[in-house]
Design a binder for this molecule. Structure first.
Ligand code: XUL
Length: 550
């Protein structure tokens, strides 16, 4: 990436990424080169919170994170930036990324207290002393204990209607349903809550020293935001949090919005410039989209991590709503949508097959994929360690193989290399089918990120199934990079006093990517056949194993 705008020489842009497991800070210089990457890893650097990689598993089954852990992580990461060699005073704009759907519950008078924090002390001790939060825990995206409230919401509004208004049917992790649970079960705590933030807007709030709006993209992951009207839906607000919810939330704003200048606390304590501006923070998926260079429709991002996620941009007029995925307002252009499907059964399924069938070795997996045939002689499989959310299939520890006639076949009748291939082909099929449901068929290229993108045999399968070239981005920190790029974009809009097109100012170039797989025609044709059979098998599983709909 290279910046040709001379007025920006010597400006630096900071992107933060508050994810499930860590807080990262990435600084870009005026040539869009990463000049600093610092991180605070919750399990390693903040062990006293006793989390499991940032997550607290409550006895009740709820998944939360201690909100103060986020605050302490921010103190630590800022200290690291201060100690580094970068000139902090040159940071011109800051934006951030937060794990989507998670929420923060601020206590009474917390905004006043936040605006009065003292630069001679760190944030953490002042947050403890001031008792900032009404809920010491932040419900996070991994939580799935709100099924009852999701069903109530869908009964009241109709799943289809909810999907068409908010971009998604009711999902357990979506913030509206998390708020409803606290409203219904911990009403006292709810009433003591002055303000509710998303994890992204929470981080922005600390930087400006007052409550902040979430951006349109992150607000789209709440089941509360009307994508078309670009404002909260009043009936949904009332249903999830009663009449007071509207007053506990700030109205969402476009992703490029200038929120305010950085608060004095950061100027005095860390040496930031008084002129440094804060651009609305967003969710990790919207930020990863930007950080992967997906700035126009036709490019598809696939993140192969703990969960597998596929995302892309779609023109509003062409976008199809569907129950298995989500539409968000795009962080690149508020008149486009970002589609996203998040599948729970990602890395764990691959790790399991690696352990059971390949001596826990990626080399053996590669060898096995090399020695087996695309299309797997008509054998396909389904593998779900956890109940799947996209599409909804309520099974655990589940394996099923079908032969080329679509009949169930016993694992003992299948060669080891076919078992391994079936796992990787099945994932590529699921990703392709997810995309088709949104009406996306013309794919220019796919950008892959995440742990399992190191397996070339797997990337070749994805290339052949999608029939397009696969690229890897050289920078793996797509969420933090996307946040820094969004800071730059917001700054450019502010500077030009108009909304500038993101593509015209963010110069992703060919050199930023490596080509890792090219489609092979014969393999693609073989997959087209198996995909039909796979899709029919999948539909049967969806019918056979529904979630409890009562
Ligand atoms: C997306 C989702 C996860 C989190 C991870 O809907 O729940 O990808 O955003 O941080």
């Amino acid at each position: 990436m290279e910046n040709t705008n001379s007025s920006l020489q010597k400006s630096l842009f900071l992107g933060l990424d508050l994810s499930t497991q860590s807080l990262k800070a990435l600084v870009l210089n005026e040539d869009f080169k990463v000049i600093l990457l610092e991180s605070v890893v919750f399990s390693k650097d903040l062990p006293h919170y006793n989390t499991d990689n940032g997550v607290f598993h409550m006895e009740t089954g709820e998944k939360v994170s201690p909100t103060l852990m986020f605050v302490e992580a921010l103190d630590l990461v800022l200290e690291k930036i201060k100690k580094s060699s970068i000139p902090i005073e040159k940071i011109t704009a800051i934006s951030g990324s937060g794990q989507q759907h998670g929420s923060v519950f601020w206590g009474k008078d917390s905004e006043i207290k936040l605006s009065n924090i003292d630069p001679s002390e760190n944030l953490m001790s002042q947050f403890i002393r001031n008792n900032m939060f009404s809920n010491e825990f932040s419900p996070i995206w991994m939580d799935s204990t709100t099924t009852k409230y999701c069903r109530e919401l869908e009964e009241k509004f109709g799943a289809k209607n909810l999907c068409e208004v908010t971009g998604s049917k009711a999902f357990e992790r979506f913030t509206g349903n998390q708020i409803k649970k606290i409203f219904a079960e911990k009403n006292d705590m709810y009433n003591k809550t002055e303000h509710i933030s998303l994890i992204s807007s929470f981080l922005a709030e600390i930087f400006i020293g007052k409550f902040a709006s979430p951006d349109f993209s992150d607000a789209s992951g709440m089941n509360l935001f009307d994508l078309n009207k670009k404002r909260w839906d009043e009936t949904l607000l009332n249903f999830c949090g009663g009449e007071t919810l509207a007053s506990k939330l700030r109205d969402p704003v476009p992703s490029y919005t200038f929120l305010d200048k950085i608060s004095d606390y950061f100027v005095k304590r860390y040496g930031f410039s008084k002129e440094c501006i804060i651009i609305a923070f967003s969710g990790d998926n919207p930020c990863s989209l930007v950080g992967s260079g997906i700035l126009n429709p036709g490019i598809v991002g696939i993140s192969l991590g703990t969960s597998d996620t596929i995302f892309s941009l779609v023109d509003k007029t062409e976008a199809k709503f569907n129950f298995d995925g989500h539409l968000f307002v795009s962080p690149t252009d508020e008149n486009q949508y970002m589609m996203m499907v998040c599948m729970k059964n990602g890395a764990l399924v691959r790790e399991k097959i690696k352990k059971l069938q390949a001596n826990d070795s990626w080399e053996e997996i590669e060898k096995s994929l090399n020695e087996s045939n695309p299309g797997n002689n008509g054998i396909c499989g389904f593998f779900f360690e956890y109940p799947e959310i996209s599409p909804e299939i309520n099974v655990s520890n589940f394996t099923l193989f079908l032969d080329k006639t679509g009949q169930e076949i016993n694992i003992n009748q299948i060669a080891e290399k076919e078992i391994i291939r079936a796992v990787f082909e099945s994932k590529a099929f699921l990703l392709k089918l997810a995309l088709e449901k949104f009406g996306i068929r013309n794919i220019e290229k796919v950008i892959v990120t995440g742990g399992s993108s190191k397996c070339f045999g797997f990337l070749q399968i994805i290339s052949d199934v999608f029939n397009c070239e696969i690229y890897k981005l050289d920078n793996a920190e797509t969420a933090a990079l996307g946040a820094a790029l969004r800071a730059f974009h917001g700054y450019s809009c502010q500077n030009n006093k108009k909304v500038v097109n993101m593509q015209s100012v963010i110069p992703f170039k060919k050199e930023d990517y490596s080509l890792v797989a090219k489609p092979q025609n014969e393999a693609h044709l073989a997959y087209r056949e198996v995909l039909k059979q796979f899709s029919e098998g999948l539909e049967k599983l969806v019918q056979k194993y529904p979630y409890n709909k009562k």
